[in-house]
Design a protein around this ligand. Structure first.
Ligand code: NDP
Length: 265
């Protein structure tokens, strides 16, 4: 069944990983999709016409506004935005020193695994700029278009385990907790316009991040969930498709957790 027929959607960070799976799922459900990514060529490869792929840097308001102007020109407007672009770490955020100390601990050395005291402003700000501020910039651009048409819309933000459990690089946990806060505040703000704002909080998902990890590390992450495996990107995409379209018509301000039972909330 094509649940999203007639809807016009944009997915940020859609050239690979979870974003690519979301873009393909929304298209398979009948939406016309704009894939936005830092990697414009990769974005263009994800789906054939009438879908489009655009270079877009979510840390740059001019780049975001240009991409949404192109979406308006191609689709006439937008009904669904998925804020998926995000980074877990950035140069200068102190994670390199954290990993060294963690390895030393594992080898029996009595050291603290610190991140914060090694985190420079550049690393802190970069993670927040992509992961939190990027979602703000794209939402602002999308809601401007939605408001012009006055027919409502749906925004789905991708959160993380890190937003709930604080288990990750500190700026990333802060950014994802901010994404959930933004989801709730904007759900209130835009309800009168008929624009729903929700989030999906995935647990560990089988993406290129995990491909390079040793099998035992991957299994330890998997064992953290009751299902003892990682999610497939498409299992996240299914939750996004539910929230994006009319199946999710009474959901706003909510967070759908897709974590194999890694935690209950
Ligand atoms: P990937 O790193 O595989 O994909 C992210 C995409 O976003 C890449 O194509 C990347 O482009 C793009 N991107 C990065 N920076 C920008 C930017 N400034 N502007 C536009 N696009 C950008 O990530 P995942 O698929 O693993 O994760 C997707 C989302 O899901 C993220 O928000 C992540 O935090 C979240 N998440 C992931 C989990 C996991 O286990 N994988 C678990 C929970 C949440 P490029 O490669 O060119 O840099």
């Amino acid at each position: 069944m094509e649940r999203l027929t007639g809807l016009r959607a944009a997915v940020t960070g859609g050239a690979q990983g979870i974003g690519e799976a979301i873009a393909k799922r929304l298209a398979a459900e009948g939406a016309r999709v704009a894939v936005l990514d830092l990697n414009g060529e990769g974005a263009a490869r994800v789906l054939p016409a009438p879908h489009i792929g655009l270079a877009c840097d979510v840390t740059d308001s001019a780049s975001v506004d240009k991409a949404f102007a192109e979406i308006k020109a191609a689709f006439g407007g937008i009904d669904v935005l998925v804020n998926n672009a995000g980074i877990g770490t950035a140069p200068g955020d102190g994670m390199d020193k954290y990993y060294v100390a963690q390895a030393e601990q594992a080898a029996g050395k009595d050291v603290f695994a610190d991140q914060t005291i090694h985190c420079e402003d550049t690393g802190w700000l970069r993670v927040l700029d992509v992961t939190l501020n990027g979602a703000f910039r794209c939402t602002r651009a999308a809601v401007r278009l939605m408001a012009e048409e006055g027919i409502g819309g749906s925004i789905v933000n991708i959160g993380s385990t890190a937003a709930v459990k604080g288990n990750g690089p500190v700026p990333y946990c802060v950014a994802k907790a901010g994404v959930i806060g933004m989801t709730r505040a904007m759900a209130r703000e835009f309800a009168g316009r008929g624009i729903r704002v929700n989030a999906v909080n995935p647990g560990a998902v089988e993406t290129p991040i995990y491909a390079g990890l040793p099998e035992e590390v991957k299994q330890a992450v998997a064992d953290d969930s009751l299902m003892r495996r990682l999610a497939s990107p498409d299992e996240v995409a299914g939750a996004v498709a539910f929230l994006a379209g009319s199946d999710g018509s009474f959901a706003t301000g909510s967070t759908v957790t897709v974590n194999g039972g890694a935690w209950f909330d």
